[in-house]
Design a protein around this ligand. Sequence first.
Ligand SMILES: *Cc1c(COP(=O)(O)O)cnc(C)c1O
Length: 403
Amino acid sequence: MNDRKDERFRPATELVRAGRRTEWTSDPRLGGGVVNPPVWRASTILYDSIAEMKARGHATHDKLYYGRRGTPTVWALADALTGMEPGAEGTLLYPSGVAAITSGLLALLSPGDHLLMVDTAYEPTRQFCDGMLKRFGVETSFYDPLIGAGIGDLIRPETKLIFLESPGSLTFEVQDVPAITRVARERGVVTMLDNTWATPLLFPALAHGVDVAMMSLTKYVGGHSDAMMGSLTATPALWPRLRKATYQLGQAVSPDDCALMLRGLRTLDVRLQRHGVNALAVAEWLAARPEVGRVLHPGLPGDAGHRLWSRDFSGASGLFGFTLKGAGDAARARFIDALAHFGLGFSWGGYESLAVPADPQAIRSATAWTDPDALVRLSIGLEDPADLIADLERGFAAMGGGG
Ligand SMILES: *Cc1c(COP(=O)(O)O)cnc(C)c1O
């Protein structure tokens, strides 16, 4: 395999080649090499001499120095994720998606700064703004996900960062990312996007003007519900700041988990396509059911976000929501408890389907979620959608009438 870094291939091909540099998969003294970067477990790195030890202290991130700075297994995953985002300089890895978000915000914000946070952000992102960031003197204003270029009216001299998440957590509003990033660049404000739902395969974030793209790798990249990790992939301008802060915060990931993530990455393209097809089939079926109020899936032509989604995304993943018409907590519990193929649990993006109750009312402040019907979020897995639909039908039967 040649290592020409400048040569780019189509995304599915990149996923197969990604992170497999010859120096990480072979040893010239042994001859030949292996397909996958082996798991290099290390805390201590041994040096040949004092002179070499001194020289390595100032080395770049992809030379062996000390376990916390990573080994070839870690660099292979980071390199692979960078390769998926055209325009990216590098990727930093964190032990969870939340750690990626909080480390990015800590790296880029200082006391006295102002942050514009989308109102439909993942709940722990909001909690970090209202908690630790506030304590450290950073003020957060939450904004309507549908604000588009109107974000310019909310920018103050001290506004340093605009955080986006599209589609939004639980309610799936699609943001006009290019409009927001255009205004942000004109005004010298950095943008960071939670791209967990789409991954760069369905939405290359940096190509849409985003400066820092975040992913919870726990979801689709891992894909098997057995490992947690997060990533930040950044432009050349921001990469050095993020790397410095990440070293200072002592963020490190396990090479074993990186090997699991690399394994997931190889099949991400085919899995996402199947998740997308299955989820759309279930969403369309739900939209025609009398028990359903509305389906929140930007791939449906009637969805409020459909126009922007069609313009900017090359597909949909498997996560969406729907409301149960006239139902409250108790009826929703009867519905979910009756499901057999859908597991009841947090997280999503694994090969198995999940259903959870969702209550966005309490975690919105710039907008209001006023729909009285109980909301359910589905993560559609790789099962045959006909079996999933039969399962949902059982749920409707068990729900019966009443709140
Ligand atoms: C799950 C999730 C995260 C956090 O990821 P963890 O790996 O669970 O910490 C961040 N953003 C979104 C949109 C998520 O769904």
